[in-house]
Design a protein around this ligand. Structure first.
Ligand code: ZN
Length: 452
């Protein structure tokens, strides 16, 4: 890094000087067993984490600090500092709750004790999302009292539970979190050192399909051949949802979209996904296209007789649970209609078909082309010394859609310290401290250069 301008050089050295404190803070945060499920961990663990976050951001210069109870009972930490006249307001998002340890025996370091190993820091929540809390905190500390924009910090307390406490709270209290730019600090770069916006999130449609053909099971020797077989009928229907290459083929849903951001190397993907040697990847597009730009139908479960204990019987009914992931550009209602129409059109033998909708979530695309995005792009580029790229994320973050609906003019950006090596949600979660340092610098640069 030879080309820092004086402002970048100054912030870079301030952030570097704050990294020892960042490590101590992360160690403190990781020590809270803040799994937001009182059946697994005492509620005080979350309360202590929330209080620590509130105190830390107060010490970093935010005022109006409070814990706000949300409809699912969890507490959101909200702290803010008003914008100077004419300046924009930035909302910084993170969450202080974490996933449970899962298989504790699989951890190579203590779950709740930040431990350095081969240059990475291990512990539950070290990346997701306590590493991002420390990113926000370090950025604000580096700037100090000369914060030229308004900042509101929100740290959610039940993100990993999916109970939607903050989502409902935002709808009920829109003024508290209103901002011109929203930084969702719960994502990360494509790889360590590669500055990346997570630009899209897939939506989903879940349905349960039931096929019925007979009043009851029949002997396959006596009736098989002429009796309509519900399981065979279901298998036939499901097979029409994919072609032999693995492309999803729901009639009416575009499966040819391309991806113009980062490309995911197929060999790396094979390793990341644990694909067996000699087995082909699925789909005719690139890995990035298949993951982020095209619809994907997955059969999540089938109710059918188990092999052990099955008998020579034709099944009178069969059902399956289907999950359709949809990229931005496809509306969930439209995807649901297409899926239902496809299944109806591909039901053999006029079998009795029932399709129940279980859940639907909209895909998300972050804004690009606005002033906040331009400032963040420049900040990432300056921090890392290389141009930014974009990736998608296969899962969904429902809160992003709530923010987009509630604050239609806000620019929403997804960044953070959670790159793939972090193994978030798995045993042996870790964070690369250089990502905390680069991302904290990025955020400090953004907060000191963004104007509307
Ligand atoms: Zn997270």
């Amino acid at each position: 890094m030879t080309s820092d301008d004086p402002h970048t050089a100054d912030l870079r050295s301030r952030v570097a000087g704050l990294m020892a404190q960042a490590e101590r803070d992360l160690a403190q945060l990781v020590s809270f067993k803040s799994v937001a499920d009182p059946r697994q961990f005492p509620a005080e663990e979350c309360e202590r984490a929330a209080q620590w976050v509130a105190d830390a951001f107060a010490a970093a210069g935010l005022t109006k600090v409070g814990l706000h109870e949300t409809p699912d009972g969890s507490k959101a930490v909200i702290a803010s500092r008003p914008a100077p006249p004419g300046a924009p307001t930035v909302l910084l998002y993170c969450h202080y709750d974490v996933q449970p340890p899962l298989d504790e025996a699989a951890w190579r370091t203590p779950v709740w004790e930040l431990t350095e190993k081969d240059g990475r820091w291990y512990g539950r929540g070290a990346a997701d999302c306590k590493g991002n809390i420390v990113m926000h905190l370090t950025a604000l500390r580096a700037i100090g009292s000369e914060l030229p924009v308004g900042v509101t910090l929100v740290a959610e307390g039940s993100e990993e539970q999916g109970t939607g406490g903050l989502e409902k709270f935002v709808v009920a209290n829109p003024e508290l979190l209103r901002a011109d730019a929203i930084v969702i600090g719960d994502c990360g770069n494509f790889a360590v050192g590669v500055p990346t916006f997570t630009e899209t999130l897939r939506g989903n449609v879940n349905v349960v399909v039931t096929v019925e053909t007979l009043a009851g099971p029949l002997h396959s020797g006596m009736f098989g051949g002429a009796a309509p077989d519900a399981l065979a009928t279901l298998i036939h229907m499901l097979a029409t949802l994919r072609d032999a290459e693995g492309n999803t083929t729901v009639a009416g849903l575009d499966n040819q979209q391309s991806w113009d951001g980062v490309q995911y190397d197929p060999d790396r993907f094979r390793m990341d996904a644990g694909v067996l040697g000699g087995v082909d990847l699925s789909g005719s597009g690139t890995v990035a296209e298949m993951l982020w730009a095209r619809p994907t139908l997955t059969v999540l479960g089938i109710d059918a007789p188990r092999v052990v204990g099955s008998s020579a019987a034709i099944q009178p009914a069969a059902r399956a649970r289907l999950n359709l992931r949809i990229p931005p550009g496809i509306v969930p209602e439209e995807a649901h209609r297409a899926l239902v129409a496809h299944l109806e059109a591909n039901t053999p033998l006029h079998a009795k078909l029932t399709i129940e909708l279980e859940s639907m979530g909209a895909p998300f695309r972050s804004a690009s082309g606005g002033p906040a995005r331009a400032a963040m792009d420049a900040a990432l580029t300056a921090s890392y010394g290389r141009p930014t790229t974009t990736q998608g994320q296969g899962g969904s973050i429902p809160l992003c859609n709530v923010f987009a609906d509630t604050y239609p003019d806000a620019e929403i950006m997804l960044i953070g310290v959670e790159e793939p090596k972090c193994l978030i949600h798995a045993p042996n979660e870790s964070v690369d401290p250089s990502e905390i340092e680069h991302m904290a610098l990025t955020e400090a640069l953004f907060l000191t250069t963004y104007t509307h």
